[in-house]
Design a protein around this ligand. Sequence first.
Ligand code: AQP
Length: 335
Amino acid sequence: TPRVFSGIQPSGGLTLGNYLGAMKRFVTMQDAGTHETIYCMVDLHAITARLVPADELIHNTRELCAGFIAVGIDPEKSVLINQSQVPEHAQLAWIFNCVARMGWMGRMTQWKDKAGKNAEAASLGLFAYPALMAADILVYHATHVPVGEDQKQHLELTRDIAAKFNHDYGVDFFPITEPVIEGAATRVMNLQDGTKKMSKSDPSDKTRINLTDSADEIAKKIRKAKTDPDPLPEALEGLETRPEARNLVNIYAALADIDPQAVLDQHAGGLFGQFKMALADLAVDKLAPISTEMTRLMADPAEIDRILGRGAERAREITVPILDRTYDIVGMLRS
Ligand code: AQP
């Protein structure tokens, strides 16, 4: 069976972008039953941008786990883990640090965006981020990785690392992983600026919908989202130069599980004032139960920890033999 792996950083708060671009599809792949699914809270990645107090990282990790379960990840059907509890991720990452080239890493747009002009002050971990991500995936020999559009370049790098390792050691060991970037919401945009992606680190909370927002907050943010005075067109081409309008149509489509064109079929000719009301109702309908369920799960942190402990045991049944074999290929003496 094909094996799916994907991860999310416990860096505080989940957005509608994380949900539609990633988590909602994790559930679809789990429930299809055609793939073995492994989903991960990547706490080692979460400290690359900045170090946070220990209790904050632990809280964020538990809250992310609650988020996974609340959206429909079933820890019996999927392997649900926290990255640092499966040490083979970091062990394989070291090998990949020695496979990946400085030039490859320096070309990553996420590195350039996040390090900004002050790359000298960025952490070495931020630079090496994609090598750890490649290890997360390849330590399971995962074949498919569902992600949002922003992760496409990192997945190409994962393929390059696998290919170089296989080539340099003359083996056919690591699979060449396929990104799975599909659906209407592979890139959910900022509600105030349709040219930027919706992001949990944007200083303005009005630019995003958080999975923990109340029904009122969700409705208000959608009502206040930037649009234009024109009505909804009949065909998608009519949205090409209207990024904010296009974004709301895409969000509607992804939440309702229909094509963007079907959204236009229902709403063409209407003004955005009206459309936003329909979108707000739909969003509250879909997201409010997630937030309620997260709050319920967070009341029992010991149960969350138990789930992650069990997940780590199951994960290591896969990762320990793959790391062993990697060490054999590389020539790490063990006695
Ligand atoms: N706006 C988005 N649209 C579609 N997919 C998105 N993802 C994130 N933002 C969008 C997808 O969510 C998954 C988890 O990503 P992550 O944990 O690496 O989070 P991130 O990309 O760091 O999230 P943010 O909100 O963008 O955080 P900051 O602001 O810190 O950069 C990935 O599959 C990602 O594609």
